[in-house]
Every structure is written in structure tokens, then in C-alpha cells.
Ligand binder design. Structure first.
Ligand SMILES: Cc1cc2nc3c(=O)[nH]c(=O)nc-3n(C[C@H](O)[C@H](O)[C@H](O)COP(=O)(O)O)c2cc1C
Length: 334
């Protein structure tokens, strides 16, 4: 079975790509991922705050949600608490790209336009095949308009894409009033790919210690529904490649993502929990599934269940919503 696909102009031998996570902090893991059959690897992110703690833009956006910049700055981990610094990150790219033949996609995580974005050039020079820009930002200020937030995203995408000639994919969240418009704008600003979606880490409250507890919850396949729905709507309407991230745990999840219109499906929770060895298992099962269902290649199924040919996806979505609500209670099966 031909499992090859393309993403950001890169030819990948398969659609399973480990997304940014601590696993890619070690070159030996990256090697293991290549040996396991991964199509490419996304490195863990380097954060804007690591590149500049004092940029004016950061100051501006952080103080909007806090009483003083001094306090806002204290929210961030101290220098030594980050796993790696900028120099180590570049060195890691050099080491990873010389250790494996599959593409290495570096990851920058930032939200403000400014000097830090020029670091993208150094990432390119270090040998990354592409760059993923993670735009994790939660608007907490009632005075900050959606338009301002969108403009902030677009400026940072423009800055980064202007700085490099390697392709840039933007990892974004689903919380926009009009996601298709935002995606179109991101592409106009220079994004070659869209990575849907960032998972927002929702902190818990410890009611005994009166503390906010940051806790990473690994996903389950349930999380797949949001990105497949949106990729199915955007496929064929937005001129970009799509990477699906969130909820990919089985070969069925991979196939659903591709059928919705994703060029690649990314995995993090599954391999963090069950090991890199899950990649070949999922690839073999994907291959068998495609064979059993009469496909000659994986590319044949990309977008086959998208809404590309639905004239009015909005009405279609509303009709499905009504149908879903009316399907309760489920009919008894005899
Ligand atoms: C422990 C952990 C660390 C992560 N670190 C990053 C990161 O540095 N940059 C990033 O863009 N995403 C990061 N992610 C998000 C993942 O790349 C992925 O998008 C998310 O976990 C959803 O995919 P999943 O359902 O396969 O886990 C991290 C996720 C986990 C669980």
C-alpha cells in the first residue's frame, strides 16, 4: 500500500507525524520515531518568552490582563525551568537533522509581533525543513476585541513568514467567530499549512490548598471530533495543507482525519502513553484497512468525506445539529 502523502511541499512516506511534545527533546527518540516509520517529526516548542522576556509587545499584551507587568512577568517559568534555551534548541535541530532523513519541523510558540520572530531565520539556517508556529493566547481582557486578537495573530504570522523561506504552518485554536475567515487570512499572511487544533490546557482547582493546579490531561479519541469537523469544512475552501492534531489514537482515527481532508495526522498523547511502537502498529493497521476497502493508495481517501461539494456547509451543519438532537432517545435495537 502506498501510504505516502505531501505536507507543506514535503514528500512524506506516511501521514503519521509525532507532534510537538517532550519526546522530541531527545535525538534518540527522534531516531526511534524515524525507525518506527513516522513521516516527519515536529520538535517541542521554543517559546517567545525564552527569546525575549522584555519585548514591548509582550509587555503590552500581558499587562492587559494583569495589574502590573512585574506581576505578569512572574507568571512565567524562570530561565532555568525551561527544558532548553535558544542555543540548545538550534544545536538540537542540527543534531536531529543529521541523525535522520525524515523532515524535522521546528516549533516556535509566540503571539506578539517583534524582534523575537527573527529567530525563525536561525531555525531555518540550522536545517529545519519547515516551521510550525503555535499561537497559544487566551484573551482575558474584556476590552480586547476579537479583531485586535486576530490582527495580533496575523502580524506574527507575517513577521515569521517574511523572515524565512521554509514553509510555515500555523497551529491555532478553534475559538474564532469565523474560523474559515481567520484561516483564509492566515494563509494570506503567508501560512502554507494549518495545524488544527491546539489543545488548551485547562487548569484544575485544588480546593484544600487553594491553588490552581496546572495539569496535562492526555487526550482520547473523543478529541478527534472537533478537528475532523473543521478540516472537513475547510478542505477545498482554504488553499492550505491541513495537519490534524488532537485525539489521534488508532488507525481508524488516522483514516477519519485523512477522509476529512488532512494531509497528515499528528500523534502526541498516544505515543506519550503507549510508546513510539504504536506508530508502526497504526501504520500496518491503516494499510490493511485501505487494502480491505479497495484503495490503491492513501491519497485516494484524502478529503473523500469533506464538505467540499456541499453547497452550503453552514446549513448542512445546522441540519445535522437538529438531526443529532432529535436522535435522542436512541431507537432500541432488536
Ligand atoms: C506533555 C505535552 C507537551 C506538549 N508540548 C507542546 C509544545 O511544546 N508545543 C506545541 O505546539 N504543542 C505541544 N503539545 C501539544 C501536542 O503537540 C498536541 O497538539 C496535543 O497534545 C494534541 O494531540 P494529542 O491528542 O495527540 O495529544 C504538547 C502536548 C503534551 C501532552
Amino acid at each position: 500500500m502506498d501510504l505516502s502523502t505531501t505536507y507543506l511541499g514535503l514528500d512524506l512516506k506516511c501521514p503519521i507525524v509525532p507532534s510537538a511534545s517532550p519526546l522530541s527533546e531527545s535525538v534518540s527518540n527522534i531516531k526511534k520515531m524515524e525507525d518506527a516509520g513516522a513521516g516527519a517529526v515536529v520538535l517541542h516548542s521554543l517559546f517567545e518568552e525564552q527569546l525575549t522576556q522584555s519585548s514591548l509587545e509582550i509587555d503590552h499584551f500581558l499587562t492587559l490582563g494583569s495589574e502590573s507587568h512585574g506581576e505578569a512577568a512572574s507568571y512565567f517559568p524562570h530561565h532555568d525551568e525551561y527544558h532548553v534555551g535558544p542555543e540548545t534548541y538550534l544545536h538540537h535541530i542540527v543534531e536531529a537533522t543529521s541523525a535522520v532523513d525524515i523532515p524535522i519541523i521546528a516549533s516556535l510558540n509566540g503571539v506578539s509581533s517583534g524582534g523575537w520572530t527573527s529567530f525563525a531565520k536561525e531555525i531555518e539556517a540550522a536545517g529545519a525543513s519547515a516551521l510550525e508556529l503555535n499561537t497559544y493566547f487566551i484573551a482575558t481582557d474584556p476590552e480586547l476585541t476579537g479583531h485586535e486578537v486576530e490582527r495580533m495573530y496575523l502580524e506574527v504570522v507575517r513577521d515569521v513568514t517574511d523572515a524565512v523561506s521554509i514553509p510555515v504552518a500555523v497551529k491555532l485554536n478553534p475559538f474564532f467567530s469565523s474560523l474559515p475567515y481567520m484561516c483564509g487570512q492566515l494563509v494570506e499572511a503567508g501560512a502554507a499549512g494549518l495545524v488544527l487544533f491546539n489543545r488548551f490546557y485547562q487548569p484544575d482547582l485544588d480546593i484544600e490548598r487553594l491553588e490552581v493546579v496546572p495539569r496535562v490531561h492526555l487526550s482520547s479519541s473523543e478529541a478527534l471530533r472537533l478537528p475532523i469537523r473543521w478540516i472537513a469544512i475547510l478542505f477545498g475552501r482554504i488553499e492550505a495543507d491541513f495537519a490534524l492534531t488532537s485525539g489521534v489514537h488508532t488507525h481508524e482515527d488516522v483514516i477519519k482525519g485523512l477522509m476529512a481532508g488532512a494531509n497528515i495526522t499528528m500523534v502526541a498523547s498516544e505515543i506519550l502513553k503507549n510508546g513510539i511502537g504504536r506508530i508502526p502498529e497504526m501504520l500496518i493497521a491503516t494499510s490493511h484497512w485501505l487494502e480491505d476497502h479497495g484503495y490503491d493508495s492513501l491519497r485516494q481517501c484524502i478529503g473523500s468525506m469533506s464538505q467540499k461539494h456541499v453547497a452550503e456547509p453552514g446549513a448542512f451543519e445546522r441540519a445535522n445539529y437538529l438531526r443529532t438532537l432529535q436522535s435522542w432517545p436512541p431507537k432500541t435495537q432488536f
